[in-house]
Write a protein that binds this ligand. Structure first.
Ligand SMILES: [Zn+2]
Length: 273
């Protein structure tokens, strides 16, 4: 493929534990695609959730990525034109997006309790996905009264019945139906933490990412995020989803598979070459 000068890829680990083989595969593919296009790879530290992220895992993640032979041109350790590259330092960007979505009516405050949701939610088509929000707060029109997001959940109103399509660069044409494959997703949590779906879109847009490489389990998330890009008036990147690494039982690797953490493999004498 002819190199283009505009390719910007990223790897975006979350420091909630040690990186394992499943992450390594996705990140190596992302790094390889950036190299093929002779262009920039960005490292973004997705440490937005103070409940789950720990600083010690940020250092471990950088060490593990270097051990894999991955090199990046912009990141929390080396800076760059779109700094900061740690989500915990980018709150102002997310707040700006929140204000825009509030003002355009794309999001609404939701005060449903966990119990309300458990009782009313429809099961999604996909068993391990989150339940579809039943819509109790959808009609609320008081968003403009909030000067800050804290205290309620903020949900993004998806266009029910609309087919969201994109061509994945690995898996080909994809289509998901808003309102039945996924519902109104939380973009800002009541404990005042912006949610993954919002932060990833805001950052990929701000950092001018042209291609997102991620695991197959996020195909549906990509469809949801396309709607968010539109609502934010941002350019939608290309998507390349990777196969997941499975364990012997056919389950995807999770952080509980400590034996397959890159650190453990390195300490037991593996080489990444
Ligand atoms: Zn609600």
């Amino acid at each position: 493929m002819a190199p283009t000068s505009s390719y910007r890829g990223r790897i975006a680990p979350s420091p909630t534990g040690l990186l394992h083989l499943g992450h390594a595969r996705t990140f190596l593919i992302a790094a390889q695609r950036a190299t093929e296009h002779e262009d920039t790879l960005i490292l973004r530290n997705e440490d937005i959730d103070p409940q789950r992220c720990r600083a010690e895992f940020v250092d471990a993640m950088i060490e593990d990525l270097r051990w894999l032979g991955i090199r990046w041109g912009e990141g929390p350790d080396c800076g760059g034109p779109h700094a900061p590259y740690s989500q915990s330092q980018r709150r102002e960007h997310y707040l700006e997006a929140w204000r825009g979505l509030r003002d355009s009516g794309a999001i609404y405050p939701c005060t449903c309790s966990r119990k309300d949701l458990a009782q009313a939610a429809t099961a999604p088509n996909d068993a391990d996905d989150e339940p579809i929000y039943p819509g109790k707060c959808r009609g609320r029109t008081d968003a403009a009264k909030f000067s800050a997001p804290a205290g309620v959940n903020w949900r993004f109103r998806v266009p029910d019945g609309e087919a969201v399509s994109f061509v994945d660069l690995h898996f080909g044409p994809q289509q998901f139906l808003a309102g039945s494959d996924f519902g109104d997703v939380v973009v800002w949590r009541r404990d005042d933490v912006p949610a993954y779906q919002l932060t990833v879109v805001v950052d990929d847009a701000a950092m001018r990412i042209s291609e997102v490489v991620r695991g197959r389990d996020l195909l549906k998330s990509s469809a949801r995020q396309i709607l968010l890009y539109r609502a934010l008036g941002a350019t939608i990147p290309a998507f390349y989803h990777c196969d997941l690494v499975l364990d012997e039982a056919g389950q995807r690797l999770a952080k509980r598979h400590d034996a397959l953490s890159l650190r453990h493999l390195r300490e037991s004498g593996w080489t990444a070459g």
